[in-house]
Design a protein around this ligand. Structure first.
Ligand code: GUN
Length: 293
């Protein structure tokens, strides 16, 4: 007989991310004590998108707190393609730089060529896991950097203690940064995976079957209680800013929580995990360059 599930439990990204970041810090301190150099992350922000500026700032603050050196490159929206490519080439060639993060989205004139820039970052310094080589390695189940948000979501799922094997996982959203890589990571845990998006028909009929429901839509309160199966794990990737300045997710948290076995909050769920996994990836890139492992 199946065990009765406890409903409404919060899957606390703030707490879990702190644990991950503390692990990074103690590893860095161990390396420093052994006489090794400190890992360094280069963070590039092009333009003045206010949300991106906040994310980049949070990334830099986390680096400073958890033992990673960060170098900041804040470029005007008018930056040319050649200027950005030159910066990426310089950072690739700089032995003091272990990881390169190019914050997305890029401003209008560069946005269309986003892939050109992501491909220019050397795969060994690809802390975001967005390079085609990294994506290929992910899809082939080979080692390599995993995109930070999907990696953070997998860590959250692990922390529930639930056996993921054979569970029906449904992802709403098919972005290159979240939805697509997440599909691969879920498959690697032997989930049965459904990928849904804006063209999906009868979405609710599908979501109601999901043991794990992950929303990466970008629409406030998109997932309502009637779309959720009782006892599901619900992960909210949405970051929607209200007029008041507050941030809320894609899930109607109040209504869905009593139905879910586990649920993440916004803020304090997936967001902090993304940053924690960036630090993990930076440390991994450093180790690859320093020790070849
Ligand atoms: N913009 C939104 N999420 C991300 C991310 O994970 N990495 C980068 N580089 N840009 C983003």
């Amino acid at each position: 007989m199946e065990e009765e599930k406890v409903l409404g439990q919060i899957l606390d990204g703030k707490e879990i991310s702190r644990k991950v970041k503390e692990e990074v810090l103690s590893e860095v301190n161990r390396l420093l004590a052994e006489g090794h150099r400190r890992p360094t992350l280069a963070v590039i922000l092009v333009g003045e998108d206010p949300a991106s500026a906040i994310y980049v700032n949070n990334k830099k603050k986390a680096c400073a707190r958890y033992g990673i050196n960060s170098k900041s490159y804040e470029l005007p929206a008018s930056t040319s393609k050649d200027e950005l490519l030159k910066l990426l080439d310089d950072l690739n060639a700089d032995d003091a730089v272990d990881g390169i993060l190019l914050q997305l989205p890029l401003p209008d004139q560069l946005h269309r060529e986003e892939n050109l820039f992501l491909e220019r970052i050397h795969p060994d310094k690809d802390v975001d896991g967005f390079h085609p080589v990294s994506i290929g390695r992910l899809n082939l189940n080979l080692t390599g950097p995993r995109p930070c948000t999907p990696a953070g979501i997998m860590r959250l799922l692990e922390e529930t203690g639930e056996d993921l094997d054979g569970k029906l996982a449904l992802v709403i959203g098919r972005s290159n940064t979240v939805g697509k890589p997440l599909i691969q990571l879920l498959l690697q845990k032997n989930c049965t995976v459904i990928s849904t998006h804006s063209h999906t028909k009868n979405l609710e009929d599908l979501t109601r079957q999901a043991d794990i429901l992950i929303a990466s839509v970008g629409q406030l309160g998109f997932v309502t209680a009637d779309m959720v199966k009782e006892g599901a794990i619900v992960i909210d990737v949405g970051i929607n800013r209200l007029e008041s300045g507050k941030v809320r997710g894609d899930v109607d948290f109040k209504a869905v929580r009593p139905k879910a076995c586990w649920i993440t909050k916004v803020p304090g769920g997936v967001g902090p995990m993304t940053i924690a996994m960036l630090l993990v990836n930076t440390l991994d890139c450093y180790k690859l360059r320093e020790f070849g492992e």
